[in-house]
Design a protein around this ligand. Structure first.
Ligand code: ATP
Ligand code: MG
Length: 441
């Protein structure tokens, strides 16, 4: 799997923050628990020993101070359900208990005691001390053995600590998720806005004021788009001025061509001049972005289509007129006529058996134009609305500037509608110009 095929969320900002954060937390949690266990076990041992010492030592002292024949009885009397005490010739705690120096200092008794041995029996997993056995060797080499059961100092504290760490981890993860969302949300908003830039090309910045980084990216993007906008405007102005200025010399050329004596040459010259004038008009129409500057009026779409069909017939191109459903739209007549003409012109120019129909579809009116013809290759289908794009066959056919469809699309959109093309190569093409129907007057 290549990097580009990775699911989008794998590279998302939230995950990039959360994944290392969560990993770090889990490691921290493990280390903390281990450290806590280690430190607490030591403390517990010491605590257990202290408890044992305080409970046992007075008893041991008392027994040690008695004459030997009273010691066994005293040991029995001092035994309680959780503490066994006995006076014996042998120790109950084997030598070699591994107490650290601190603990040794606590349990070392008065100097006349010859030895003090302590054994702590820790239970397997929790580390809680279950039993404390202490054995003291008196001056006469006899032993007082005491065993204190079930000293459990740790369990509650240990559990509290674990719960605290888990709660901290969950809180931190929630905070990290919240923080990353704080950034990820405006980022996503910015991406959506940039993708769906409105027709005026101005990137809206509201809702993108924080965090600072997002605001800076948004401002930089807006600065970049406004520079591009200005450049495009300058270019359009220059192209518009040039196209406009070309119309006058073209008109003069047409007049002069009329004077050419040779009929054949005159015809060809006039044809060239007409084509050039059409191209210039196309460019001007395109640059106006579908807005011809006329007032919008209520128009019968069927009548407008019929006018264009008639004009085509006059020029020798016949179209099959299919279903005509009455539909009224609010539109700039000249601009809309140009859009319909451009689409019909293509069906005539590139296809065979061109046809047209006007349909009402809910709140919309549709002019559908079709032909059986070469169609448009799927790769080109996405590009036919780009200015100056012409597919190979069209280029070979000559004539045309590649501005017909982009202009028609701009006009449709300026009227709140849309232009779509469906085409199957070798079968034919259908282009639909959809406009919102005008509400009844
Ligand atoms: N009905 C159609 N059948 C096949 N190809 C088409 C059809 N309509 C458009 N095309 C393709 O789409 C391209 C763009 O069309 P568009 O109308 O924008 O430009 P044009 O017809 O080449 O030139 P212009 O309309 O400016 O004279 C055409 O060059 C052609 O390749
Ligand atoms: Mg065209």
């Amino acid at each position: 799997m290549t990097a580009s095929r990775r699911p989008r969320w794998l590279n998302s900002f939230a995950l990039l923050i959360l994944a290392p954060g969560a990993l770090a937390l889990v490691v921290l949690l493990g280390v903390s628990l281990a450290l806590h266990g280690y430190i607490l076990r030591g403390a517990a041992e010491r605590g257990a020993a202290e408890v044992a010492v305080s409970r046992i030592y007075s008893t041991v002292r008392q027994i040690a101070s008695l004459p030997p024949d009273e010691r066994t009885g005293a040991a029995r009397r001092n035994s309680t359900p959780d503490m066994e005490v006995e006076w014996s010739a042998r120790t109950a705690v084997p030598d070699g208990s591994d107490l650290d120096d601190d603990l040794r200092a606590i349990v070392s008794g008065p100097p006349e005691w010859r030895a003090v041995r302590v054994r702590l029996d820790a239970s397997g997993t929790s580390g809680n001390v279950q039993d404390v056995a202490i054995s003291v060797q008196l001056a006469d080499s006899t032993w007082v053995n005491a065993r204190l059961r079930a000293v459990s100092l740790l369990s509650a504290d240990d559990m509290a600590f674990r719960i605290a760490i888990i709660l901290t981890a969950v809180t931190l993860l929630a905070l990290a998720a919240f923080a990353s969302r704080l950034v990820a949300k405006p980022m996503a908003l910015l991406a959506t806005r940039a993708r769906n830039l409105p027709a005026d090309g101005v990137l809206k910045l509201d809702g993108l004021a924080s965090p600072t980084e997002v605001r800076e990216v948004a401002e930089a993007l807006e600065a970049a788009t406004s520079r591009t906008r200005e450049l495009l405007q300058q270019r359009s102005l220059a192209l518009g001025a040039l196209s406009h200025d070309l119309l006058s010399p073209l008109a003069r050329m047409r007049l002069r061509a009329e004077d050419i004596a040779d009929g054949h040459a005159r015809g060809r010259m006039l044809q060239d001049v007409r084509e050039m004038a059409e191209m210039v008009t196309d460019v001007l129409a395109y640059l106006r972005g579908g807005d011809g500057g006329e007032a919008a009026t209520r128009i019968s779409l069927v009548s407008l289509v019929q006018v264009v069909v008639d004009e085509c017939a006059e020029e020798g191109a016949l179209l099959e007129e299919r279903d005509y459903q009455d539909s009224t739209v609010l539109a700039q007549p000249t601009a809309l006529k140009r859009a319909i003409r451009n689409v019909l012109g293509n069906a005539i120019k590139y296809g065979r058996s061109p046809w047209v129909e006007v349909l009402r579809r809910g709140d919309e009116a549709v002019v559908a134009v079709g032909d059986s013809g070469p169609g448009v290759a799927p790769v080109d289908l996405e590009r036919v609305f780009e200015p100056f794009f012409r597919a190979d066959e069209a280029r070979a056919a000559g004539e045309g500037s590649g501005l017909g469809l982009p202009t028609a699309k701009a006009i449709a959109e300026a009227h709140g509608g849309r232009l779509e093309m469906q085409s199957v190569q070798g079968i034919g093409t259908v282009v639909k110009l959809t406009l919102p129907s005008a509400r009844a007057a």
